[in-house]
Write a protein that binds this ligand. Structure first.
Ligand SMILES: [Zn+2]
Ligand SMILES: [Zn+2]
Ligand SMILES: [Zn+2]
Ligand SMILES: [Zn+2]
Length: 410
């Protein structure tokens, strides 16, 4: 298999099993041939956008899925489009997209230096420039670039892999238009999201592009200064396809009720329980992750006032929160009335979309690390641009992890 270190699989953010899916991804006929078989080692893309090692237990041709057993012994049905087998020795002369080996002078077969799969220049997305397969050059396919560059908390921002990834991200490996969405544009029937075309869950650390409305994995984006919380929709985000360059992300302002709701939702997903102790779990999570929450105008709030503001929000908003007192438990416990993320700041996004034809430079001013220099002028609510140092993002990641462990143990 490929030399990617495989992260431990987050078995708890389990998606609903994939539904029957027409393969929109650009690798059709090959799929129906003997591409998958029982006992085969594969990489499978999970709903977080990351690839995990697994072994095929069963092939279902009617549903176009395989039952895959992962390293943590969990078994899930995975769509063919999300399964990547290694190159088969002896078949390197066949294009892994169209399964043909016929070439023309301007559409030759090129080989990925990492996975050894062959691609026609025109079968790969984006198409491969002609000078690529010359001796000495080591070209890497889209799958391999993503396998290296995607990370929890956000993809690589600097270096050659980050640049290759950005280049790949300018085009999608599937068609956006035929996707069939639910009325709220949160999920599509094809289970096809992001630059990677993988499965996804909108409330599990994904960002929605305010222009094309597609959802993108945190792990595949290169613009975030802090890792996302589950259900965090307080961003305005523009994808690389829409900007034709680096992504943009701007933090939207949060009120205390939003902070309370977001933290309770995040904790309830992490810890899989409903009620949390105000001081020991909610407030301590907020304090520990204070910088990473990117709270804009609230950032200067002293610790003593955070206590009263959060408590007030939790007790006042009875339509959103339920206290332990109401269910004859300790009154210092709080939970969500229903386990849903905080409502999206709709007006702002709509406003931005309506004004998207406004005068603005086609490629907004963006720094090398992907963070915007200035928020878009037409979006008056986007006060806090996400442009902090990369090191802070890493610190925040460990911070989240620490808190998660802590909360789980309590
Ligand atoms: Zn992705
Ligand atoms: Zn081909
Ligand atoms: Zn490759
Ligand atoms: Zn977009």
């Amino acid at each position: 298999m490929e030399g990617r270190e495989t992260p431990t699989r987050p078995s708890r953010t389990t998606p609903s099993s994939p539904r029957v899916t027409p393969a929109l991804v650009k690798r059709p006929r090959f799929q129906t041939l003997a591409r998958f078989w029982e006992g085969q080692d594969v990489l499978a893309r999970w709903t977080d956008g990351l690839l995990y090692l697994g072994i095929i237990k069963k092939v279902d041709s009617a549903q176009e899925t395989c039952l895959v057993r992962f390293e943590d012994n969990s078994q899930f049905s995975v769509l063919w489009k999300d399964i990547f087998p290694p190159a088969v020795p002896g078949k390197e002369q066949l294009c892994c997209v169209c399964n043909s080996q016929s070439c023309t002078s301007d559409n030759k077969l090129v080989h990925c230096g990492k996975c050894k799969h062959a691609y026609h220049q025109e079968c790969h997305v984006p198409s491969v420039p002609s000078d690529t397969d010359s001796p000495g050059s080591s070209w890497m396919c889209r799958q391999c670039v993503f396998a290296v560059a995607t990370k929890r908390g956000g993809a690589l921002k600097k270096g050659p892999y980050a640049r290759s990834m950005l280049h790949m991200k300018l085009s999608l490996p599937y068609q956006l238009k035929p996707l069939e969405w639910d009325p709220l544009h949160l999920t599509n029937k094809q289970q096809c999201y992001c630059y990677c075309g993988g499965p996804g869950e909108w409330n599990m650390k994904m960002l929605q592009c305010c222009r094309c409305l597609q959802w993108f994995h945190e792990a595949c984006t290169q613009c975030l200064s802090k890792p996302l919380l589950y259900g965090d929709r307080f961003y305005v985000f523009e994808c690389s396809v829409c900007t034709r360059g680096p992504e943009n992300a701007w933090r939207l302002p949060l009120a205390w009720v939003d902070v309370s709701h977001l933290v309770l939702y995040h904790l309830s997903i992490c810890c899989k329980k409903k009620y949390f102790d105000f001081e020991r779990e909610i407030l301590s999570f907020v304090n520990e992750n204070w910088e990473s929450l990117l709270l804009g105008d609230l950032t200067d709030t002293p610790r003593s006032e955070r206590y009263s503001n959060l408590l007030h929000a939790l007790t006042a908003q009875k339509d959103r929160f339920i206290s332990g007192k109401e269910i004859k438990k300790k009154k210092c416990l709080f939970g969500l009335q229903s386990r849903v993320p905080p409502p999206a700041p709709q007006s702002t996004v709509t406003e931005l979309r309506l004004q998207e034809t406004d005068v603005r430079s086609p490629a907004p001013c963006v720094r090398e690390d992907g963070g915007p220099e200035t928020p878009p002028t037409q979006n008056k609510d986007a006060k806090h641009s996400a442009k902090d140092a990369e090191g802070e993002a890493e610190a925040a990641e460990s911070c989240y992890t620490g808190s998660y462990t802590k909360s789980t143990q309590s």
